[in-house]
Design a protein around this ligand. Structure first.
Ligand code: HEM
Length: 435
């Protein structure tokens, strides 16, 4: 998810120098933020591979090409040697904390280095550990809904979509509940790095947040080393493969990545999912009549409104793609949100259908960098949506949110106010409190 980081790490002045902020392709324009899909459609229909001159990159909105780029080792997440990235690196020489985050970050490395780190973190982040959280997530959803039940209304982002992934990721990592707010603030500041033009202060907030989060996790890791617990931090410290373990800086970079990736994306998915049900009352009724459709409804929300709209890769070996000869050092943007609506892969792709099955969407990526937290995000969204529909079956709200995030990479509503209607009794599972 942090793919665009290195290229985008720069002051606004440097961004202007590479031509990112002007011209016809303007992903930050309010109309495009409100509805980027006509733009993605144009991209998909123009050609397999389109040169976006102002981005200094190629882009594809076609599923087949996206699939190849994400799987083919000729396209890498390691962008050392890409001329524009090297220029950006020089522009951030004075921010060593950011540089080290990029150099070792799971999302920024490839080949054997990536396989080793991914293998080690996979030993800690097991499907069993995630599945064990199901009951606890259900209890947190119920408690968050209890808090708003009396008021008869809620703002979905503030009251459910934002707190839920924050609590879950904190409990999974093993960070104290008292630190929750500060961790969420760091996570929000960190992802501004993905898209510095979306913020007002350039790279200052992500830089502050990275330094603070690094110091925080260094301290917490020392505590867990001395006294391990049943949490992800301790499990990552213990992960060992053929005598190899994760280094201190790899651990810090992983904790920071899991914190930001685990929070900023799931928030958007939950918010967009509620909005999609408000916009499609027939599909909502279908889901209410048959709750066994919840898992496929979550997949359809992921396909229809991907929280991560774009990722990209650097070309590392000469190759041909969509009739274009690509040279090492070039960048190709994969517009996930366009590929997910490619009619070549998805019949009637503009139709939102909670029972759709078949071709897999690309919202969690593909190949070696496939999202580590996909099953966690799925469980959280399923339980949040399921809880809301069960407790407040008549909830109602407008089809337009108060606004959309300004980021061109991460998509989600800023606020979704709803009236709750009559409440149904809560089904308790006996798990502890969310507070
Ligand atoms: C709806 C929620 C989520 C979405 C849409 C999402 C999306 C993605 C995507 C598209 C990638 C691949 C990027 C690429 O190949 O360029 C990715 C990777 C990753 N995600 Fe997620 N993610 C979500 C939730 C989570 C959660 C909950 C966690 C952790 C708890 C997480 C951790 C990661 C990590 C660590 C990677 C890097 C994997 C690697 O490079 O090997 N994500 N995610």
């Amino acid at each position: 998810m942090l793919r665009m980081l290195q290229r985008l790490v720069a002051s606004d002045r440097a961004m202007r120098a590479v031509g990112l902020v002007a011209g016809p392709f303007h992903p930050w324009h309010p109309d495009v933020r409100r509805d980027p899909y006509p733009t993605w459609r144009r991209l998909r229909e123009t050609a397999p591979l389109v040169r976006v001159r102002l981005l200094g990159a190629w882009a594809t909105g076609r599923y087949a090409l996206a699939e190849r780029i994400l799987r083919d080792p000729a396209f890498s997440t390691d962008r050392n040697g890409v001329p524009m990235v090297d220029r950006m690196r020089r522009a951030t020489r004075d921010a060593p904390e950011l540089q080290s985050l990029f150099d070792e970050n799971l999302l920024m490395i490839d080949g054997p280095r990536h396989a080793r780190q991914r293998g080690l973190v996979g030993k800690a982040f097991t499907p069993r550990r995630v599945e064990r959280l199901r009951g606890r997530i259900e209890a947190i959803v119920d408690e968050l809904l209890d808090r708003v039940a009396g008021a008869g209304r809620m703002e979905v982002m503030r009251d459910l979509a934002r707190p839920l992934p924050g609590i879950v990721i904190g409990e999974l990592l093993g960070t104290p509940a008292a630190d929750r707010e500060v961790l969420l603030r760091w996570s929000e500041e960190l992802v501004e790095l993905l898209d510095p033009l979306s913020g007002r202060e350039g790279i200052a907030p992500p830089r502050r947040a990275t330094a603070a989060a690094s110091a925080y996790f260094r301290r917490l890791l020392a505590e867990r080393r001395a006294a391990p617990r049943d949490d992800l931090l301790s499990a990552m410290l213990a992960a060992d493969e053929a005598g190899e373990s994760l280094s201190e800086s790899e651990l810090i970079s992983l904790c920071t990545l899991v914190l930001a990736a685990g929070h900023e994306t799931t928030v958007n998915l939950i918010g967009s999912a509620v909005l999609l049900l408000l916009r499609h009352p027939d599909q909502r009724r279908r889901l209410q009549d048959d709750p066994s459709l919840l898992p496929s409804a979550v997949e359809e929300c992921l396909r229809f409104e991907p929280p991560v709209q774009i990722t990209d890769r650097a070309v590392v070996a000469p190759c041909e793609l969509g009739g274009v000869a690509l040279r090492p050092g070039e960048i190709v943007a994969v517009v996930i949100a366009a590929a997910n609506r490619d009619p070549e892969r998805f019949p009637d792709p503009e139709r939102f259908d909670v029972a759709r099955c078949g071709e897999r969407h690309l919202s969690f990526g593909l190949g070696s960098h496939f999202c580590l937290g996909a099953s966690l995000a799925r469980i959280e969204t399923e339980l949040a949506l399921g809880g809301l529909l069960r407790r407040f079956p008549d909830f109602a709200g407008g089809a337009e949110p108060a606004g959309w995030r300004r980021s061109a990479i991460l998509r989600g509503p800023t606020a979704v106010p709803i009236a709750l209607g009559a409440a149904k009794p809560v089904r308790r599972t006996g798990a502890e409190s969310a507070a």
